[in-house]
Design a binder for this molecule. Structure first.
Ligand code: NAG
Ligand code: NAG
Ligand code: NAG
Length: 336
């Protein structure tokens, strides 16, 4: 073998070796077609990948896979772990466990995690019907579709999430999370279907993503410190919201160091807003910048910075206008 060929061969090995040991869910008994439950196969593939000492992961090929509640838990042995999805993961429709559970697909206590590609579809419907009826007080809350919690150094790239029973993507108690090229869709009138919900996390970045839902595109709540949103599209939906704060947590409802820029809003109920509940708690909202927010469909929301009875500040836009930067120097922080 001549040197050039050898070098080429070597480069090939290097370039494919980053996640050599991807465990294909098919090898663990997953069934394509979306009719046969493949939860155990997914969990077994995860368990094996997580126990591996090398860079490792789970691979979901093309096709539709029916998967129930899945907790992919860590800590893992491997220093890097990937969840690569080329298929579509669908949830069981109206299964009572899923309705009662907090989340459907969960990555719990996993560090150095790369979640790449794929579609997930919670196929919600009856829970929306129930919640749309305001007189009906007995609706279940429904599971969030996709949760990363208690993890560090996590990437979520190219994920599509459809029709969640509740919030689509939840980031909770994490440090260093990079979300990019995510696409989230649910009907405009689907209740509580937040796009991305961030809480108790630090150093979160959300870029190049499109979110259309029936609730907040991005909700930034309790103890989120350090969040950067750039180049996202939002709408329909309720806009980008900090809060509600002070409603549930008795103390230290703190959100700070948030920057949201280059966002296009289209058909949103609100623009960007800060929602607080003025209950005399020791919360704090500080160092928030909204920059270059464009409203492409102005008739749907009103242009004003509004402070309501709950001391809720709402920044709304009704002309083809942009907020260059907010707050101004004299409004650098807001006590809630
Ligand atoms: C977001 O929408 C734009 C078109 O408006 C499209 O070019 C882009 O690929 C979409 N991004 C994702 C992540 O779906
Ligand atoms: C304000 O937030 C930005 C991130 O948006 C951060 O880079 C900066 O250090 C923060 N300023 C202070 C004084 O914490
Ligand atoms: C403002 O945001 C829009 C859309 O996200 C982007 O195309 C444009 O380049 C941004 N403008 C500036 C001055 O950065």
């Amino acid at each position: 073998m001549d040197l050039v060929l050898l070098a080429f061969f070597f480069i090939q090995i290097l370039s494919t070796s980053s996640y050599d040991l991807l465990h294909n869910v098919m090898d663990y008994g997953a069934t394509r077609g979306g009719l046969v439950d493949s939860t155990d196969a997914f969990l077994q593939a995860w368990k094996t990948a997580c126990a591996s000492k090398e860079q490792s992961g789970v691979f979901v090929p093309d096709g539709e896979f029916l998967v129930g509640i899945c907790i992919f838990s860590g800590p893992c042995q491997s220093t890097n772990i990937q969840f690569q999805n080329q298929g579509t993961i669908i949830a069981p429709i109206d299964e009572s466990n899923l309705m009662k559970s907090m989340s459907w697909l969960v990555f719990d206590s996993v560090n150095d995690l790369d979640i790449y590609g794929g579609k997930i579809n919670a196929r919600a419907n009856s829970i929306w019907k129930c919640k749309r009826d305001k007189n009906n007080k007995n609706c279940q809350s429904g599971a969030r579709s996709f949760t990363v919690r208690k993890g560090r150094n996590i990437k979520v790239r190219g994920l599509t999430s459809l029709n969640s029973n509740q919030a689509h993507v939840q980031i909770e108690s994490c440090n260093i999370v990079h979300v990019s090229n995510v696409n989230i869709e649910a009907p405009k009138d689907s209740p509580n279907t937040d796009g991305i919900h961030v809480s108790r996390s630090r150093n979160v970045v959300i870029v190049d993503s499109n979110i259309s839902t029936g609730d907040d595109c991005i909700a930034i709540i309790h103890r989120t410190v350090g969040l950067y949103v750039k180049n996202c599209k939002c709408g329909p939906g309720h806009g980008i919201s900090i809060g509600s704060l002070g409603k549930y947590e008795s103390k230290e409802d703190i959100v700070k160091n948030i920057k949201v820029e280059d966002v296009i809003l289209k058909g949103t109920q609100n623009g960007v807003r800060i929602k607080t509940w003025a209950k005399g708690t020791s919360g704090l909202v500080q160092n928030i910048t909204f920059h270059n927010i464009t409203n492409a469909n102005p008739s749907d929301c009103k242009s004003q910075i509004r402070l309501n009875a709950n001391r809720e500040i709402q920044i709304r836009l009704n002309r083809k206008s942009q907020i260059r930067s907010w707050p101004t120097a004299d409004r650098e922080s807001l006590l809630v």
